[in-house]
Design a protein around this ligand. Structure first.
Ligand code: V47
Ligand code: SF4
Length: 360
């Protein structure tokens, strides 16, 4: 072990925060297993042996989007072949089906549609909530919230209040991509800036809603860009405490327009998950999204500091349109099997991380 790694290890063992330079050293270090060991120490302190999962269904209400991010194979300009917008009745039906199969959460995001009025969104939430009051609706990213504010002329706080009244329970963590503006200008020039993403999320947290946060990695960004990204998230979390989980999203390159991007290898994926666990000492949960990582890397990530596996999903579009070769859905039994075979204890949670049942 190098002196640098030994110094970082001593900090992690004492429960001390590592700084940006140390995180960069970890990204540059080739000793993947040593990094994994540190992440396991950090995770065990926070979460013991438990691995959380939830039973959810994804609904992508439209793929028509005015932002044409170059990494996104899901969006269409519309009207063109493959463009769609789901009817509210259809989405209510999908939510009912999900609730009937034991789902506790609907995860709902979509493109920035040029013509849907703001009122569509509270109506959608309200209709799902009155059909399935027991379902938690986790919906919309900071990018959508900013768009709704522009659409409606309301402030971010008023948009959030209106959506909460209609049934919004919390928000996922998408749209963060890489927060550094230089990378953003290349991969998503029309999307809100990184600074605006942080500002909107800060306002959402202050309004009392929990969110997740993500990082899209494995395209054009450098290790330094990743560290800067993680550092922005950690700083915001120090101020608001509103992030529940961090989800590193492994870039899927098929059908995208990112020049030269090849996608993410297993070593980079595990290293990134592990360093996230070590660095983000104030975000309790690190979630492996098996849709983008593949089932095997997601399972192995449980030995690299991860404590949450997402989810049962059902009909995922964003990753699969970009070539993800993972299945479309996974049963609860299969998910628990993955966790148990990794020597860990599966615990079903709700969206707000209340424990529902431990699966023996
Ligand atoms: O914001 C788009 C990403 C995100 C690609 O909070 C891509 O619980 C990989 O945020 N390759 C949406 N990723 C998904 C998301 C998410 C997923 C699961 C759980 C949670 C949560 C949030 O998907 C987008 C973007 O960053 N994305 N295209 C692609 N080609
Ligand atoms: Fe639109 Fe989101 Fe795709 Fe960007 S990532 S093009 S904002 S749907």
């Amino acid at each position: 072990m190098t002196d640098q790694l030994a110094a970082i290890r001593a900090k992690v063992e004492r429960g001390e925060r590592i700084d940006n330079a140390e995180a960069l050293q970890l990204f540059e270090c080739r000793d993947l297993l040593a990094i994994g060991e540190l992440a396991v120490i950090a995770n065990r302190r926070l979460n013991g042996d438990k691995v959380y999962f939830n039973v959810n269904r994804h609904i992508n209400y439209t793929n028509i989007c005015v932002n044409r991010c170059t990494f996104c194979a899901f969006s269409k300009e519309g009207p063109e072949e493959g463009a769609y917008t789901l009817a509210i009745d259809e989405m209510v039906e999908r939510a009912r089906e999900a609730a009937g199969c034991g789902a506790t959460e609907i995860h709902m995001v979509g493109g920035l549609h040029p013509d849907l009025p703001f009122e569509f969104y509270p109506e959608l939430l309200g209709r799902i909530k009155s059909a399935c009051p027991e379902l938690h609706i986790k919906a919309f990213t900071a990018v959508e919230i900013d768009y709704f504010a522009k659409l409606s002329g309301l402030s971010v706080a008023d948009v959030v209040a209106r959506l909460r009244e209609a049934g919004l329970g919390s928000m996922p963590g998408g749209g963060a991509e890489i927060l550094g503006q230089e990378v953003r200008d290349k991969i998503c020039p029309e999307k809100i800036s990184g600074a605006r993403w942080l500002e909107v999320i800060g306002q959402i947290h202050r309004a009392g809603l929990k969110t997740n946060c993500t990082m899209l990695f494995g395209h054009l960004e450098t290790y330094a860009d990743r560290v800067e990204h993680l550092s922005h998230l950690r700083d915001l979390q120090d101020r608001t405490g509103g992030f529940q989980a961090f989800i590193p999203l492994a870039f899927q390159p098929d059908n995208t327009r990112v020049p030269g991007a090849k996608g993410v290898g297993g070593v980079d994926a595990l290293k990134t998950l592990a360093i996230s666990r070590i660095f983000l000492d104030n975000i309790r949960h690190i979630k492996a999204y098996w849709v983008m990582l593949g089932l095997k890397i997601a399972q192995v990530s449980l030995a690299f500091g991860v404590n949450d596996l997402d989810g049962t999903v059902v009909e995922e579009k964003i990753g699969h349109d970009a070539g993800a070769d993972s299945p479309q859905a996974m049963g609860k039994e299969q998910l628990c099997g993955l966790i148990r075979n990794a020597g860990r204890v599966p615990v079903e949670r709700d969206t707000l991380y209340n424990e529902l049942r431990t699966i023996g």
